[in-house]
Design a protein around this ligand. Structure first.
Ligand SMILES: [Zn+2]
Length: 163
């Protein structure tokens, strides 16, 4: 269920307790309940003249593969700000949020269950440059992008709404 053994508040050994038919690790001393939630991440979907922006990942999972600019939301940061920050870090492009595209659950190596919040983002007409966690950033035709994008994000490109 989880590898956590001790209460992060009082360090008592956690015990499994059943709430609403679901087993949860709880602290018998201070009643802390360990909720295991999927972390929220964001991705930027950027179109330019019918092409779509992808980055080549410089880190695992999917090292060396192409994906939408994406990353985790920092504590205290809004989802929109996280999306624009990741876009800037990974492509050098400044953008503005056009609309919320979709919210999906995904299973990905290393991190397991994630929530992905995808936004359609408008950018200035500059050449993208890979940076931070990305070793490259380029626009691809939709057909090419569908072939190379990581499987967890491919379904976004099958949706007629964004093309
Ligand atoms: Zn405790």
């Amino acid at each position: 269920m989880t590898k956590h053994k001790y209460c992060p508040i009082c360090r008592t050994k956690l015990k499994i307790k059943v709430f609403n038919n679901k087993e949860r690790l709880t602290c018998p001393k201070c009643n802390y309940i360990y909720y295991k939630n999927p972390p929220p991440s964001v991705c930027a979907i950027v179109k330019n003249r019918g092409n779509i922006l992808l980055i080549k990942r410089g880190i695992e999972p999917h090292l060396g593969e192409w994906a939408f600019p994406c990353g985790f939301i920092e504590y205290g940061e809004t989802a929109e700000d996280a999306c624009l920050r990741e876009l800037k870090e990974e492509t050098g492009l400044s953008g503005t949020i056009k609309s919320l595209y979709n919210v999906k659950s995904s299973e990905i190596d290393i991190y397991g269950h994630l929530i992905i919040i995808a936004y359609i983002v408008l950018v200035d007409d500059k050449k993208p440059v890979g940076g931070d966690d990305a070793v490259d950033a380029k626009y691809f035709s939709i057909d090419k992008a569908k072939q190379i994008i990581i499987p967890e994000q491919r379904s976004c490109l099958n949706d007629e709404n964004i093309i």
